[in-house]
Design a protein around this ligand. Structure first.
Ligand SMILES: *[C@@H]1O[C@H](CO)[C@@H](O)[C@H](O)[C@H]1NC(C)=O
Ligand SMILES: *[C@@H]1O[C@H](CO)[C@@H](O)[C@H](O)[C@H]1NC(C)=O
Ligand SMILES: *[C@@H]1O[C@H](CO)[C@@H](O)[C@H](O)[C@H]1NC(C)=O
Length: 378
């Protein structure tokens, strides 16, 4: 069912790619080598969120100039904030969802998506145009699509409601298309406007590092939004007397966000290295690789190894991270500790055990303790 819509999107995307070509180089002082940390990021809404999310009414009523007080928004995002006030708490939820998923997906890796306590959210380490930066852009855009699409369906936003997606052509003809579906069309469009505007409002010299980063961010934001679309499916429900299923209604439904996260983690593993050329377009670094689609992640710079704490790059290092002595993977002590070795200490683990089922209906357990070895990086 998504085919038609994706086609429309794709042609829209190509048009955008074309217009990128037309960007004229506007006087920008390019400071080579120094990437000055920008004002912060809208993802910070997921944290200040705490206040907006708990008390959205205070902001809606306009008793204070909400939008200019939110750290991390760009000029265009501040304007959109005023136009779509009731969306902002949801954008914050979307950012939180994306960040939490990022931390889950990277929990066994050296870089584990740690957030810092300022409006840059992830700290200076993401000033490097790495795969990790690519992933954070994609997952947070995806988080916003997810939350906004669902909020529309649930009637929480004034300008959208149930999805109005067309009936899929291959749906069984006796089935009814018309349950209230997640409004991914709206979620996609709103997120595109809100998240991408901060990139679009800056013009950089064609072929510059900054322009490269802008195109990279736009590409990865789109890949994140598409991940939500890709995982969306048609869901149906039986009605009728005692499960007779005489009536079937169907609607489009978001996948769980974990599925979106798994999908984007695969895209991270297969991300493509690109570079910005003099004509101001991204091109493959290695011409033998496949050209990335709009659903793939792209990055411009190799990642640091994230082994040691470095204030300049913002890498936290893996000192005192827990590792697994026998695992050959990224959580294994060898990789996690970068060959520095590890300390072993005993830890007491409490768990429920010897559970008994009592008729009817509860389970009674004892608490057992056992001593296990824990390993942490030197
Ligand atoms: C921190 O990273 C910078 C940039 O990669 C590097 O030049 C510097 O030597 C690093 N410092 C330490 C203490 O590793
Ligand atoms: C992530 O890494 C940081 C520093 O390396 C560490 O303090 C933190 O506990 C880690 N988080 C998780 C969930 O492992
Ligand atoms: C450590 O890794 C091994 C091999 O991958 C796995 O079987 C084991 O469950 C892991 N242990 C812990 C505590 O995660």
């Amino acid at each position: 069912m998504w085919q038609d819509w994706i086609l429309q999107l794709t042609s829209g995307y190509q048009k955008k790619v074309m217009t990128k070509l037309v960007y004229v180089a506007v006087l920008t002082v390019v400071q080579l080598g120094v990437y000055v940390s920008p004002l912060g990021t809208w993802m910070n809404l997921g944290f200040q969120g705490i206040d907006i999310l708990r008390n959205p009414q205070a902001y809606l009523l306009g008793t204070r100039p909400l939008c200019t007080q939110l750290a991390g928004l760009s000029r265009g995002q501040t304007k959109l904030c005023y136009l779509y006030r009731d969306h902002i708490a949801h954008v914050g939820h979307g950012a939180q969802l994306g960040i939490a998923e990022c931390q889950w997906q990277f929990r066994y890796r050296r870089w584990n998506c740690t957030t810092v306590d300022d409006s840059s959210v992830f700290g200076p380490v993401l000033n490097i145009a790495s795969r990790e930066a690519a992933f954070t852009h994609a997952i947070s855009a995806a988080g916003v699509v997810h939350i906004i699409s669902r909020a529309c369906r649930d009637g929480q936003l004034s300008n959208c409601g149930c999805s109005r997606a067309l009936r899929p052509k291959n749906l069984h003809r006796d089935w009814i298309w018309g349950g209230c579906g997640d409004n991914i069309e709206y979620g996609y469009r709103f997120t595109e406007g809100f998240v991408d505007v901060r990139e679009r409002e800056n013009n950089y010299m064609r072929g510059s590092t900054e322009q490269g980063r802008k195109l990279m961010n736009l590409h990865n934001n789109e890949a994140g939004r598409r991940a939500v679309i890709r995982k969306t499916r048609v869901t149906c429900k039986c009605h009728g007397v005692s499960g007779s299923c005489s009536l079937v209604t169907c609607w489009q439904q978001l996948a769980t966000f974990r599925e979106v996260g798994d999908h984007l983690k695969d895209k991270y593993d297969g991300a493509t290295e690109v570079r910005i050329n003099r004509r101001g377009k991204l091109q493959l670094k290695n011409p033998h690789f496949n050209i990335p689609t709009a659903e793939d992640l792209v990055y411009l710079e190799e990642s640091p190894d994230y082994c040691v704490n470095n204030h300049t790059t913002g890498s936290l290092g893996t000192y005192s991270r827990e590792c697994n002595r026998t695992s050959p993977g990224t959580d294994g002590c060898n990789l996690m500790c970068c060959g520095r070795g590890y300390n072993t200490h005993k830890a007491v683990l409490k768990e429920r055990c010897k559970c008994k089922f009592h008729w009817c209906c509860y389970v009674e357990c004892k608490t057992c303790t056992k001593v296990v070895d824990r390993h942490t990086c030197k």
